[in-house]
Each structure stands twice: as structure tokens, then as C-alpha cells.
Design a protein around this ligand. Sequence first.
Ligand code: KL2
Length: 543
Amino acid sequence: MLPHQLQTVGGRCIARARHSHPLHMNGNFLGFPWWSGYHPSASYFPLSSCSPQGPPRPAFPGSHPPPWLLAPPPWLPAPASWLHLSPLNMEAKGDEPYRKRKKSAEEDEHGRTPWTKRPPYPPAGELRVPPIHGPPEAFIPAAPQTEAKAEVKRRWEDLGHHDQESCAKEAFDFTVMSYNILSQDLLEDNASLYAHCRRPYLFWNYRLPNILRELQEMNADILCLQEVQEDHYEEQMKPRLEALGYACEYKSRTGSKPDGCAICFKSDKFNLKLAKPVEYFRRHIALLDRDNVGLVLMLQPKTGGGDVPTVCVANTHLLYNPRRGDIKLTQLAILLAEMTEVAHVQDARLCPIVLCGDFNSVPGSPLHRFIKKGTLDYEGMTIGKVSGQEPPFRGQRLLSIPIWPRSLGINQKCVYESPALPERTLKEEDKEKTEESDRRAESSLQHPFRLSSVYSHYFPDTGMPEITTCHSRSAITVDYIFYSAANDDVFRRPGSDAPCNGLQLLGRLALLTAKDLWSVNGLPNERNSSDHLSLLAKFRLPL
Ligand code: KL2
């Protein structure tokens, strides 16, 4: 990856539309008191600002989208009252609990059909839902006469400080990308989210080359990808990434959804020491009936030297459902417990961590604060408040104390409990200490990592939120790269004040505002083929 590189977002778009999008005219759309992002209701923003025909048209002819998807109704109320999404939205197909699904003979013990046994996908390039009338090519409109190039540049921000460089004589620099590439299956299941898009840009055969181009251009040493559809991965992405020098690990979701998380790393830069697929589904725990997954790798830099620290790289896509913060926190606890198991190095110290993914939680939300601070007091917190994706509403359950049952085997510090010691082996004094800390820990979660976020979530000059995902219903940050920062105590070498052994953030690819993204018709668009932006960071590991 070249430093100072510029990445472009968007494509061609008629100039008049760029200035007429309602988002640009509404100065009050940001900064709702409850949340830092922006959620228009579905009714207002799905219109293609780039439609060459002028007036908005249904994105999916033949699918009879409700009229409110086609145009902003004249009675559209003021922004404050748009905020409640339809309850329909809460029962996401992608989030469907295991017990609601029928089990077929082909399914494995997780109720999941191996992709090789699933009915074949329709011919490449075809959208399954809704039906297509004619070959996809017929829908690719010629560039309109008035079309102007509309691209938004993503700036590479150099954050390397000279004083950091004095920490160690030798260092290993590497780049990490986190990218939710939008699985075709989920795109088609949630088609109304993409009603603002020109149809041809939604075909997998159109999107794949764009995604691969972006991955190749960014040339990150480690890719943490989410929503990677298993058949696309096996048949198209993995071979291509291997040809680019990556070794690839994949964890598919449990249940019937055919996507998963992948971590790919440059095999000339890292040795794989360990790969740990992580499933959040537990058959006997009602709370854990969803199919989200994570993946943890231990990667050792290839430096030619001897005692090189191993880096723990974790990738996940947490549950979407905005109202089920209890499930999200428990899924996160499982991932953290798995990371703790492998990240402990000598002297009970932790190795450097990179934690990437789509956490379906906004900056400043309790879940996000928990990751960064390592502690969360959740007494009296409603389950819908955890992720901050939606405004609080009445009638919500409070998080139970504890959030997950003891049978999960993970304590409130997000660590797997060792099998209970026989009573007599615990000294009285230790017992008292344990009981006291149990009481204190009752409504508080902790985890052992100290994590910083690569991004600051707001642009310092304007105060506008950074956006990582943008479609008809929301423009918010839900994707993150967290890392253990070098100047943290936990990573200091014994007897040394030098801030070594953690990671130094040398640079990042700047995110964009909602306004930037809507000026190129939101996501996905002609050039950017996911509804998320990629996140890219450059780290230095002092050796
Ligand atoms: O928000 V996402 O998109 O991080 O990009 O994660 C989930 C959602 C993904 C996996 O479940 O599918 C999307 N409304 C909006 N988005 C949904 C819905 C829904 N009802 N269901 C699934 N997703």
C-alpha cells in the first residue's frame, strides 16, 4: 500500500442531483441527542440521486415496492418523528433464531447445510429476489449525456510520530483492513435497503470485480472481511486472493445463512501459529440462538529475527438486531474469552491485539464503550440501548444480571472459568475475596484488554460523524479496528518506561461523512460495491 494514497468512492452521477438531495438541504439531520449517527426513515432516502431518468423509479421492477419507497410522501413529517423504524425491521431474516427454522436432512449439527449441498445459486449475475426481466446487461444504462464524474477521495492520514519511532531499534510495519463486503444473499434478503441504487450495480458479477480491485489496490497485509458468502469465497475470492499472495482462513456462520468471516494475510509477511473459529450459537442456551461468528488468528511476523511477538488478530460480525443488546454483549464476551485464551503470553502478559469487525453498534454506545474501556456497568440498562443503533423506546426489557447464564462457562470478566476448585482448596481469605469481587462484579462486565480505536469517529474540523455504512435506512459507524496501543502500561517491558510491545498507529485511510457518501448516491454505487466502506490502518510493532 502506498502512503498518502487516495482512494475514490462513487462513480458517475448527474451533477444536478448532487445538489438536490434532501440530505444536503436539511441542516438538522445530524446530532440527535441519543446518538451520534444518522438514521433517516426508509421513506426518504432510497431515491437515486443519480437516476438518469430524472424522476425516481422503482429499483426493482416487478417487485411492487410500497409507494413510500418510491418518493418522499408530501406528508413526510419532521425529522424527529422519522426515527422509529418499522417493527418489521426487528425480525431480520438474517437474525432468525435457530429454533424458528426447519431442519433439513442435509443440515449438520448446527442446522447448517454445507454450501456444496445447497441448491445452486442462479446463474452468475442474476438477482434472485426480486425477479429479473431480461438479461442483466440490458439494465446497464448508457452514461447519460449530462453525467459528471462524481468521486469522493479518501485521504491517507499519516499519523506516524517521530518520538514513537525511538522506542525500539527494530520494528515490523504492517497494514490491516476491515471490510464488510455485503453478501449477495443478504443484499437480496434486504432489498429495500438498496432501493436507492441503480440495479446493475447490485449484481454480484458487477460487484465482485470492484471488491477485488479495491482489495488489490489497498494491498493490506491482513484482510478482515465480513459477510463473505461461502460459495463466492471458495470459488472466486479465495483463488484470487491466494494469487495475490494471501493465505486465507474462513469461518462460516452457523445455521442457514451462507456467509461468514474471513481473515487473509500475506504469507510472505506472517506465519500462522493458530486459527480459532468462534461460534456464538449454543443449542442449550436460549440467549445464544443466533448464527453470528468470529475468527481469531495468531500471526507471527516473518522478520528473520528470533523472538518475535505474535499478534492476535480477531474478526467478527455481531448480531444486527438493534433491540438485542443482550445477545450482542454475550457474543462479544465469547469472542473476548476466546481471545484471552490464546493471547496470554509469558508472565501473564498479553500479546498485541487487533480486533476488527462489524459490531453493529455505534460509537459511544455501551457496547463500544465496553470494548474501549474494558468495563461496563449495566445495571438498569435496557437491552435496546446497548448498541445505540436506535433511539430508546418504552417497554424494553432491562439487561438481566448476569446477562448470560453461568452454564456458558464465561465469567463477568469475559474469561473462561476454570473448573470449580474443590471447596477445601480455597483458603478462607481467598473465599472472602472471591465473594466480595463476585458481588461487585454482579452488574459490571470487564475484559482484560486495553483497546484503542483506529478511527476517532468524528472529523475534528467539522465535528461531523465518520460513516462506515450507508444505505436507505442509515448512515452510521458500526465497523471498527481496535488495537492494543503501545503506550499502554500493559505492554510496557518490565523495568522500562519505553512504550514498547504494543502497536503504534502510523496511519489510516480517512472515512467519509454521510454528505460525502450521498453525493455519490450512497452505497453501494458504481465504484464501491458494498454498503460499507473499507477501514484501513497501518501499524508498527516494535521488536
Ligand atoms: O447492519 V449489517 O446489515 O452490519 O451491514 O449486519 C446485518 C445487516 C446483516 C447480517 O444480519 O444483514 C443486514 N434491516 C437491516 N439490515 C438487516 C436486516 C434488517 N432487518 N436484517 C439483516 N440485515
